[in-house]
Design a protein around this ligand. Structure first.
Ligand code: ATP
Ligand code: NCN
Length: 218
């Protein structure tokens, strides 16, 4: 089974998350994309505003109706920061025969060298890096620390970095959607509409629970 993994704070999930998952599913011929909300995001402070249970439920609502999408609460069950390397270790144990494709945006990829045990990620999974508006990259090799560049070869036609250990880092440039959770939180706080930026059920959930400083719903 070829399994995509889209981890995120999902505070809240939005249409770019869904579109990236759909494009990677198609481009890499995956069987499934597993959305994994971070229990305690390692590098984001804002998520404390909105507890894990709300973010998990919003992801559930966002992916409802797509049989190729599933959500996992694996990071909500674990105390401490939600390091991806730990999550992947657990998933590897549960699904020994799966090929993993860990999906991240270009902004996350740029920070990868700051992630816990990031070099182990290349032993545990392939990576798929989705282009993101405002985050330009010409040569992906230059985003890797100098010390590990010689472990990779870049194949320009397929936009893929091949690691000597076998994993691939695939760069996907399809639909650039300038949508972020930050923007949705800001719009909501200002009493503005977030329709057509998030699935309708997520917009309703935000309103019903008065998340992000939005107005109380009467
Ligand atoms: N518009 C987008 N284009 C490409 N990748 C994205 C986009 N939005 C989110 N991602 C990627 O999806 C993953 C999860 O994102 P996350 O839940 O943190 O949303 P976000 O919009 O980046 O949040 P925030 O605005 O709060 O920082 C990250 O790897 C991020 O890079
Ligand atoms: O493992 C780490 O050190 C690490 C550091 C930063 C982010 N991540 C993961 O990257 C994914 C996107 O994170 P974020 O903060 O952009 O929502 C999510 O699954 C995080 O758990 C992981």
């Amino acid at each position: 089974m070829k399994t995509g993994i889209l981890g995120g704070t999902f505070n809240p999930p939005h249409l770019a998350h869904l579109r990236i998952a759909e494009e990677v599913l198609e481009a890499c011929a995956l069987d499934q994309v597993l959305f994994i909300p971070a229990g305690a995001p390692p590098h984001k402070a804002t998520a404390d505003d909105v507890p894990f249970a709300h973010r998990l439920e919003m992801v559930r609502l966002a992916i409802a109706g797509n049989p190729a999408f599933a959500v996992s609460n694996i990071e909500g069950l674990r105390p401490g920061k939600s390091y991806s390397v730990h999550t992947l270790d657990i998933l590897r144990g549960e699904r020994p025969d799966d090929d993993f494709y860990f999906i991240i945006g270009m902004d996350s990829f740029r920070d990868l060298p700051l992630w816990k045990d990031y070099r182990r990620l290349f032993e545990l999974t392939n990576l798929v890096v989705a282009a993101r508006p405002g985050v330009a990259v010409t040569d992906p090799l230059t985003l890797l620390p100098v010390a590990i560049r010689n472990e990779f070869c870049y194949d320009v036609p397929s936009k893929t970095l091949h690691h000597c250990g076998g994993c691939r880092i695939i760069f996907l440039e399809e639909t650039f959607l300038d949508i972020s959770s930050t923007r949705i939180r800001r719009l909501t706080a200002a009493g503005r509409s977030v329709r057509y930026l998030v699935p309708e059920a997520v917009a309703d959930y935000i309103a019903i629970h008065s998340l992000y400083g939005g107005p109380e719903r009467s």
